[in-house]
Design a protein around this ligand. Structure first.
Ligand code: USQ
Length: 409
């Protein structure tokens, strides 16, 4: 299958590109290197030393003999280039990772809020509009988020995208009064995003539903949980193929941050009570899920397929306590910079991927140490001043959150 990976230089895009190439697919990466530019803007680097995209694809060729093409352009801004690219390459599928993915970065200031909304929604709309204009039948696989649902429970497991509901009506279709009777329908699960970033993925859902209905585009939206791990079988083949490892307060995600903090003897930064429960998936399962989604596209005219891409749920404080137990790390409860429920339960349906053959890599499988080892190996590259999360959801979060110092913006 010929697959274009938009955002193929990023934390998920790069290992997914390598995995698909390794499975024999013809992979083309499109990326404008915006994530690397944000590293510079924040003065925060990946803990692992990542090679340039050119070095990466050359190393892949050297190590495996397989070619991955790389195109540098901005999907959100260069519509004509995107359209030409699709017309020339005519990929069977496009995997769309080309979005700003950090909740704290999106909440930092109004500039970042506007950038995240502009970038993410334009990237998605440009892709969909270009596929229609090019008149191509391309399956779009999009990396969405579990965060579109919010993290509560309504006394039921969160379904895969759609909710069957029943409403009572005392009117018929012509508006005449009749005996109250139930009407059944299926709707997108009510959205409840907790950040501007998560909100852009809600907007994406509406774009997908429209283009699937109006233009019969074939679209799969993957509602992914928090990734943990950094290494896949492919990224481990050569140091030049290494994946990025974010540990800073804006881009680092919770479990990888805790593992890095344990490795460098930094007290684990539990926000508030740590009662937040979230969905997780190992990076090796993520790449496999992308391939499974590619192999199971919806038919033309079918509604958007939505899969919950997660394998287990954990409470933040349980993760911190587990790491404290196995690595001797200290746990620090810090004031929560976010506006989110202090405590929540989370139960999620994830049968589709399991039925299609995913064999989950669970926390219990011993890979926690592998991540800590990677962090320990590159510990000398860590900048401790970048660890605290300083992006505040509202002004009222200010109390107790570490102040920004001149060298730690
Ligand atoms: N948290 C801590 N301490 C930390 C960092 C985070 O207690 O040092 C807490 C947060 O307050 C939050 C939870 O851990 O309650 C998760 O935070 P996170 O930074 O790991 O994840 P989040 O900001 O939600 O975003 C990440 C990815 C995003 C993806 C999302 C999946 O950056 O791209 O969509 O996870 S999900 O969380 O399921 O919506």
């Amino acid at each position: 299958m010929k697959v274009a990976i938009l955002g193929g230089d990023g934390f998920c895009g790069w290992p997914a590109s390598l995995y698909l190439s390794d499975q024999g697919h013809d992979v083309i990466i499109v990326d404008n290197l915006s994530r690397r530019a944000i590293d510079e803007e924040l003065g925060a680097e990946s803990l692992t030393p990542i090679a340039t995209p050119e070095e990466r694809v050359a190393a892949w060729k050297e190590v495996t003999g397989k070619e991955i093409a790389f195109h540098n352009f901005n999907v959100a801004e260069d519509y004509d280039t995107l359209l030409d690219f699709l017309r020339t390459e005519q990929p069977d599928a496009v995997v769309h990772f080309a979005e700003q993915r950090a909740a704290p970065y999106s909440m930092k200031n109004s500039k970042n809020k506007r950038y995240t909304v502009d970038n993410n929604t334009n990237a998605t709309n440009n892709l969909l509009a270009a596929i229609v204009e090019a008149d191509l039948d391309i399956h779009v696989v999009h990396l969405g988020t579990m965060g579109v649902y919010g993290y509560g429970t309504a006394g039921m497991k969160i379904p895969e995208g759609y909710l069957e509901i029943q409403v009572m009506s005392d009117e018929d279709e012509a508006g005449n009064k009749v005996e109250p009777h139930p009407i059944e329908m299926e709707i997108l699960y009510p959205s409840n995003p907790g950040s501007i970033y998560h909100m852009t993925k809600v907007l994406d859902q509406t774009l997908f539903a429209f283009y699937a209905k109006n233009d019969e585009l074939r679209i799969t939206d993957l509602h992914q949980g928090i990734i943990w791990g950094t290494t896949t079988e492919q990224t481990a083949k050569d140091e030049r193929l290494i994946n990025r490892f974010d540990y800073d307060g804006d881009y680092g995600t919770v479990l990888n941050r805790f593992l890095m903090q344990a490795a460098v003897d930094y007290p684990l930064t539990v926000h508030g009570t740590g009662g937040q429960t979230r969905a997780f998936i190992h990076i090796r399962d993520m790449v496999r899920c992308i391939e499974i989604a590619l192999q199971n596209p919806p038919a033309r005219g079918e509604r958007v397929k939505i899969f919950n891409q997660m394998t287990e749920t954990h409470r933040v404080r349980d993760l911190a306590n587990l790491l404290a137990e196995i690595s001797g790390a200290e746990v620090a409860n810090v004031p929560n910079p976010r506006k989110e429920s202090a405590e929540n339960e989370l139960h999620v349906v994830n049968e589709t991927f399991l039925d299609l053959g995913l064999k989950p890599t669970k926390l219990a499988d011993g890979l926690l140490h592998e991540v800590e080892e990677v962090a320990r190996k590159y510990a000398d590259r860590a900048d401790m001043s970048k660890i605290p999360a300083r992006s505040l959801w509202t002004k009222s979060n200010e109390a107790g959150v570490p102040a920004v110092t001149a060298d730690a913006k």
